[in-house]
Write a protein that binds this ligand. Structure first.
Ligand SMILES: C[S@@+](CC[C@H](N)C(=O)[O-])C[C@H]1O[C@@H](n2cnc3c(N)ncnc32)[C@H](O)[C@@H]1O
Length: 328
């Protein structure tokens, strides 16, 4: 610990926090590795040589999986990373954390239905930071909110969300007239390499998530959503202009805006206030502190790490992969 550089201290803190806040209870293998990395000076120094956005635990863990490295115990893991650093570094630099979790549709759906109920019009969906576009297909999945079912009960993908509080579970999935996504690095559902990378980003014990990913990809392949390549702030206006006038345009994002700096997030929030759109954000409280500050109740115990908001007004706490909602 003594003599650690400021960069190594920051990496250590990031790994420890990720282990305690996100992995605990969900991935014992990754939790063990991340806690050990947080205490490993040699590895911390190596990780500190990477550009800041590339120091994320998910990227290192995904890269080791991509290279078929060991993730069972810490010693073989560290030996692999240090011994094959050039290979690991190449994957980390080339790839991004693009975890595409269809289950996040279950978090967003109650607000999509609310917008539809308010306007009476079909929706035009624009997802920024869409990855492979799996969350752009809410009408191709079925849903289970506790014991209530929504959407097609025969759909290949059935999304599940535990509910706490008065979650307004919709009677049906609202009609979607048009959809498009934006990503700085779109992933292609028909590209085996891109899809293998998405699988490497699913935590090892989460076989249900891996199966859901495969099933959602097979649904998306039947009619892949349109994804525009570009930075969300630079691309959003043009896409909003393209949306059909007889639909209500909803711009939404889940687990994306944290990848922008403060200025980029503020610029995006200003665009959402000035464009003719409704805006659904499902992000960590730190991403839009001004939205989180409007929540008076602290999150209940459980994996409630996101705040779900419509037009800047918070409605619920959510779990990171859409697996539970706590309605405010
Ligand atoms: C963690 S993934 C989340 C993907 C998807 N929203 C989901 O919830 O399943 C974050 C995505 O945001 C994209 N992204 C990050 N910064 C971006 C930017 N400035 N403009 C567009 N996309 C961006 C990444 O490429 C990545 O695909």
């Amino acid at each position: 610990m003594e003599g650690r550089s400021p960069a190594a201290i920051a990496v250590s803190e990031a790994y420890e926090q990720f282990a305690r806040r996100e992995l605990a209870g969900f991935s014992a293998a990754y939790e063990r590795i991340c806690l050990a990395v947080a205490a490993d000076d040699e590895l911390l120094d190596r990780l500190s040589t990477l550009p800041v956005p590339k120091r994320q635990p998910n990227l290192l863990l995904g890269a080791v999986r991509w290279l078929d490295g060991p993730i069972g115990g810490y010693e073989p893991f560290r030996e692999f990373v240090l011994g094959r650093w050039e290979l690991v570094e190449e994957v980390v630099l080339r790839r991004r954390t693009q975890t595409n979790e269809a289950n996040r549709c279950a978090a967003v759906l109650p607000l999509l239905a609310r917008v539809h109920a308010e306007t009476g019009k079909p929706l035009a969906l624009i997802e920024v930071g869409t990855s492979a576009g799996l969350c752009l297909l809410p009408d191709r999945y079925g849903y289970r909110y506790g014991d209530r079912r929504v959407g097609d009960p025969a759909a290949l993908v059935q999304l599940a969300c535990d509910v706490q509080g008065p979650v307004p579970v919709p009677a049906a999935v609202p009609p979607i007239a048009w959809r498009a996504g934006i990503d700085i690095n779109p992933l292609d559902v028909t590209d085996p390499g891109d899809m293998r990378w998405l699988e490497c980003l699913v935590w090892p014990e989460q076989t249900d998530r891996r199966e859901r990913l495969r099933a959602a990809v097979s649904i998306a392949r039947l009619d892949p959503p349109r994804i525009v390549s570009g930075d969300l702030n630079e691309t959003i206006e043009k896409l909003v202009e393209e949306a059909p006038a007889d639909a209500t345009t909803v711009v939404f994002h889940t687990a994306v805006l944290a990848y922008l700096d403060e200025e980029g997030r503020a610029a995006f929030a200003r665009k959402m206030a000035s464009l003719p759109v409704r805006w659904i954000a499902n992000e960590s409280p730190q991403t839009f502190p001004e939205i989180a500050a409007r929540v008076t109740a602290p999150p209940p115990p459980g994996p409630y790490l996101t705040v779900l908001a419509l037009d800047g007004r918070p409605y619920a706490y959510g779990a990171p992969h859409g697996q539970s909602l706590y309605w405010l």
